[in-house]
Ligand binder design. Structure first.
Ligand SMILES: Cc1cc2nc3c(=O)[nH]c(=O)nc-3n(C[C@H](O)[C@H](O)[C@H](O)COP(=O)(O)OP(=O)(O)OC[C@H]3O[C@@H](n4cnc5c(N)ncnc54)[C@H](O)[C@@H]3O)c2cc1C
Length: 390
């Protein structure tokens, strides 16, 4: 049986695992990096099933800084990830994010807006009249205003995985199509990975980048993480009315969200209490018809008339402690690094989180200090506040 030694082994090769691999090799091209991914088509990966949104409108300082970094990073992504003549296409559309605000939400929205601007984010306060002017189909009088991020937008998540992955491979990363079934430890340290094929990889560093499956990876070494895979449903519909400009990613006070998609489609979703915990990817038009459509049509009455086109479900990797990233070494097992718990906003955090974790592993000084997300807070039961989780 083949046994190989690496400097770093990454478990999961979607956006987080590939960002870590890319950043490690960018910082030190001599590293031997293995990425174990059981599903190279990424059919069930959260990344491939996500909405692709990038927004600076968060309430926690570090989350805002991460998104500012992402906005710049994704603008030059296609260039930075080019391999020879081949460039990935991520279709980054800066159509904006519009949070619609009701009376109870106004003080928090104003506070968040002040912080976002203080940190250099471009976010505007829109009156209902301004919303109406920009989007005449909206029933803007339902709201006291909105916050609009003109540099926010959305992109193709699959393109982002592929960009990171191909660049990491070109720098020397070895992607292994296999499943991690066990993690070996010796004297309180990471020692290796055992794969379903029987192959064993040796290394003193393992990165848990398994997204919704990260809890299972933690349990392989007796680490209980506050993570749950949660089914989230998205629907693609085609309104009868045609839009004269693409809709931003609009978020209503209830958490209902919708945005334009190519072909005159609108994507609609909402995280709900009753969303199932587990690895199932089931979805049901009843959710759209009974819950989402009535609210959607209240906000945009012209959406009363639409054609149901398709739907899908993906998994959020919900961090039940505080819905924020868990990023850094696990304090009770040397060499075990976590990049987990992104709870629905991980795609946009992948550039900064991947770079930060690579810097930590290599003992470099972090470019962006993300130590607030350190896993130690799990052991200390010390949640971070973030009010803008969708
Ligand atoms: C419906 C939906 C909408 C979303 N919208 C947004 C958004 O607008 N903006 C945003 O920023 N984020 C969004 N997200 C969240 C974002 O998609 C995730 O936070 C992010 O993609 C997580 O990336 P990941 O690489 O950690 O996980 P994943 O993409 O799930 O990758 C984990 C990988 O690990 C592999 N793996 C797991 N276990 C093993 C094992 N034992 N052995 C080998 N391989 C293994 C899996 O095959 C998988 O490919 C959304 C998510 C969903 C579901």
């Amino acid at each position: 049986m083949e046994a190989r030694s690496y400097d770093v082994m990454v478990i999961g090769g979607a956006v987080m695992g590939s960002s870590v691999a890319y950043h490690l090799l960018k910082l030190d091209p001599s590293l031997r990096v293995a990425v174990v991914e059981r599903d190279p088509a990424y059919t069930r990966s959260s990344t491939a099933l996500s909405l692709g949104g990038v927004r600076v409108q968060f309430s926690l300082k570090e989350n805002i800084l991460i998104s500012l970094y992402a906005q710049d990073f994704f603008s030059r992504f296609e260039e930075e990830m080019a391999v020879g003549e081949e460039r990935p296409a991520i279709d980054y559309r800066r159509a904006g994010y519009l949070f619609l605000i009701d009376e109870p939400g106004k003080p928090t929205a104003e506070k968040d807006l002040a912080l976002q601007r203080e940190l250099g984010g471009r976010v505007e306060w829109w009156t209902p009249e301004r919303i109406q002017k920009e989007f005449p189909l909206f029933a803007a009088d339902l709201f006291v205003g909105g916050t609009f991020g003109p540099r926010d937008g959305y992109l193709d998540p699959y393109g982002v995985i592929m960009g990171f992955r191909k660049k990491a491979v070109s720098l020397g990363a070895r992607y292994i199509t296999d499943e991690v079934t066990a993690i070996e430890t010796a004297r309180g340290k990471i020692a290796g990975l055992r794969l379903a094929s029987g192959q064993v990889l040796h290394s003193e560093v393992a990165v848990n980048a398994a997204g919704p499956w990260a809890g299972e990876i933690g349990r392989m070494v007796g680490v209980e993480l506050p993570l749950a895979p949660v089914n989230r449903q998205v629907f693609a519909v085609k309104p009868e009315v045609s839009m004269d400009r693409p809709l931003p990613l609009v978020i209503a006070p209830s958490g209902l969200y919708f945005r334009s998609e190519t072909g005159g489609l609108i994507l609609v979703g909402r995280s709900m209490e009753e969303d199932e915990i587990g690895f199932g990817l089931q979805w049901d038009w009843k959710r759209f018809t009974d819950w989402l459509w009535p609210e959607l049509a209240r906000i945009v009455p012209a959406f009363e008339k639409l054609k149901r086109v398709r739907g899908w479900a993906g998994l959020y990797e919900v961090n039940r402690l505080d819905s924020n990233a868990i990023l850094g070494p696990w304090p009770e097992l040397e060499g075990f690094y976590l990049i987990n718990g992104f709870s629905g906003h991980g795609l946009q955090q992948s550039p900064a989180a991947g770079r930060y974790l690579a810097e930590l592993i290599l003992g470099r000084r972090p470019t962006l200090d993300l130590s607030v997300f350190a896993p130690r807070r799990i052991l200390e039961n010390h949640p971070l506040g973030e009010g803008a989780v969708v």
